[in-house]
Ligand binder design. Sequence first.
Ligand code: FES
Length: 128
Amino acid sequence: MAGKKKDAQRWDVGASDELPERGRLVVDVDEITVGVFRIDGGLYAWESTCPHVDGPICQGLMVPAVREVLDERRAIKGSVFDETDMRICCPWHGMEFSIKTGKHPANAKLALRKVAVSETGGRIFVDV
Ligand code: FES
């Protein structure tokens, strides 16, 4: 018999001023580790379990995407950082995921598990 899905519970995970722009909070709530990020003024939260082999993805480096710059013949001239596309890089084997979408940039089957996040009264909440 299938189990009944538990209703999400709201958890206070910290003060708004503990999470500046491009900052992160990694918190344990109800036996799940969650990473909360503030990017371009928005909040994004993901379970800190890498879809590769369960590495602590939200503990990884936050880096901008790297874009190749092409010349008129479409030959690579170099590369630049794209500050509008911040990534989280898994500390175990280096897979990258978009902090805003949770998606792997090249494999649509790989994505982080989203956690609902909100902010009110100077506090940040996640629903787990
Ligand atoms: S566990 Fe994250 S890349 Fe392997």
